[in-house]
Design a protein around this ligand. Structure first.
Ligand code: C5P
Length: 221
């Protein structure tokens, strides 16, 4: 393998959480740090790719050599992803909020009543499934992530079929493991044929480099 196996290839990576506004000062979010997605983007750039990183709000620096599009919501992330296509490889690492508040307060919602107003949620678009189902400009390799707290592999097998992606990277994000927001990750690579490859616990930069090497090997020459 050459030092720059992705020269001339376009790679799209999503990373980080989304923020789904409730009103101008409040939002729904999750514990994603963006470390794994940013590490994949950095590794792809180091491998010679032309990389666009679509990132939710994170507290870590931009990877070097990568075009970064910053977004807040799932819907803005989908729009940025669609604007970035075509790509050879698309990696959906972001912990996208599954739901958003049905209405967003124009001003700060006041605690003036006896009962707090119920928070009504609606489903966000599934960015990975939307891109995987495209009939034009579908990336050659569409990679999903599955952050699970239970039955990691059983859920991963179901998810790869449901999402229509080519490869799924499953990881256990139970609180005890410290993966979400943490430095290390233990991943299982699940293929469409049901194959599973479990990697040792590695820091997220090393997971990113190894994943990029694998993605490059899966692209047709
Ligand atoms: O269904 P679940 O959220 O576990 O799926 C995780 C995978 O789907 C990740 O690759 C994530 O980036 C992607 N996803 C997405 N848009 C959503 C929800 C999840 O792209 N609205």
């Amino acid at each position: 393998p050459t030092a720059a196996p992705l020269t001339g290839r376009r790679v799209l990576v999503t990373s980080g959480p989304t923020h789904e506004p409730i009103d101008p000062v409040r939002y729904l979010a999750n514990r994603s740090s963006g470390r794994q997605g940013h590490a994949i983007a950095a590794a792809a750039a180091a491998a010679g790719a032309d990389v666009t990183l679509v990132s939710g709000p994170v507290q870590i620096p931009d990877p070097t050599g990568v075009r970064v599009i910053r977004v807040e919501t799932a819907r803005a992330m989908l729009a940025a992803v669609e604007e970035t296509l075509p790509a050879d490889i698309a990696v959906f690492t972001a912990a996208v909020g599954d739901w958003r508040p049905a209405t967003v307060g124009a001003g700060k919602i006041k605690k003036d009543g006896a009962e707090p107003a119920p928070l009504v949620l609606v489903e966000n678009p599934d960015i990975l499934a939307t891109v995987a189902a495209r009939t034009s400009d579908r990336p050659t390799l569409v990679v999903g992530f599955a952050a699970e707290t239970d039955d990691v592999l059983a859920n991963a097998h179901r998810k790869i079929a449901r999402k229509g992606c080519d490869l799924l990277v499953a990881n256990d994000v139970s609180a005890a493991g410290g993966v979400m927001g943490g430095r290390d990750n233990t991943v299982h690579l699940v293929g469409r044929d049901g194959s599973v490859e479990t990697w040792p616990t590695l820091d997220k930069d090393e997971v990113g480099r190894r994943l990029v090497t694998r993605f490059a090997a899966l692209l047709p020459a």
